[in-house]
Design a protein around this ligand. Sequence first.
Ligand SMILES: [Zn+2]
Ligand SMILES: [Zn+2]
Length: 354
Amino acid sequence: MDLVVSTSNGLYCVPGDFYIDPWKPVARAVITHGHADHARGGSGHYLTATSGAAILRKRLGDHLPLQTVEYGQILQDHDVQLSLHPAGHVLGSAQVRLEHRGQVWVVSGDYKTEDDGTCAPFIPVRCHTFITESTFALPIYQWPTQAQLKSHILAWWRSNAEQGRTSVAFCYSLGKAQRILAMLDPSIGPILTHGAVERMNAAYRETGVNLPPTQYAGQVTEPSDLRRSLVLAPPSAQGTAWVRRFGDYADAFASGWMQVRGTRRRRGVDRGFVMSDHADWSGLQQAVKATGAQRVIVTHGQVHVMVRWLRECGLEANAFPTEYGEEDSEGQEAVPANAADLSPDKIDPTLPLV
Ligand SMILES: [Zn+2]
Ligand SMILES: [Zn+2]
């Protein structure tokens, strides 16, 4: 019996009678993480990892009917044992382990195999059937290490500060912004944020993640402070009056898509930092092998490439259609309409580019 099937509402656990990251409102939803393409409103009951609760409440409302569970704690539900395990994607992200009559399935949601220090690192979970994403399942995707990324970002900021130019880093408000923040050296200059980023920073801080001090961009008026500052803003702020206040600023965009030649130019920024919340090609391969699964089902991303590779490895592989977005897709960035300081501008429709 298949423990999980793909339906028009989302991935459905048949013996447990609940959905995982449904794209339509359902009675019971298990949420792997707070990106808006995986966590949608309107369902009757939500279950998520304890460390993801603050993010989910900020995204879907304070009165969300939300149950939380610690990583590794087992819940018995109908005839199914359910537990959540760290996915290393963003704070609170979880893989869902399901066990029913000796069969173990793992739905990984989105995951990243390198530890970034702002959320619990990915842990492989042994299973018979593994459901995996494939966002960056092409050999060209090989991420720099955290240490390399940090040195690139700090060198860029320091050099701009020395020239008296504000540094504006465009990055998604949930996940990437906090990763960059955790790398920053506040002795270089003030760290300023857009409201959408600060909202998610608050969720991280409430959950106990240590981040350096930040200020709303509007609060800093001293020109010499502004010229040394680094600003974290969502991509939707690009080209708006909100960002023009920084005058002759240097800008950068942080994304896994920056590995593709031409993306930075099309984005119209000075610098691209290759940085992703998702596993790169070798991360995906290692993750699949570490599960020991004989059957793998591929969801969103480079599905055909991933399925072909899995079959070449002798595994049973097929795909599930889903309505999840890709990294940096508009859906992922969606924030509640009442979030402060949001720009009305649309996100660049040219992304993702591959
Ligand atoms: Zn995600
Ligand atoms: Zn996703």
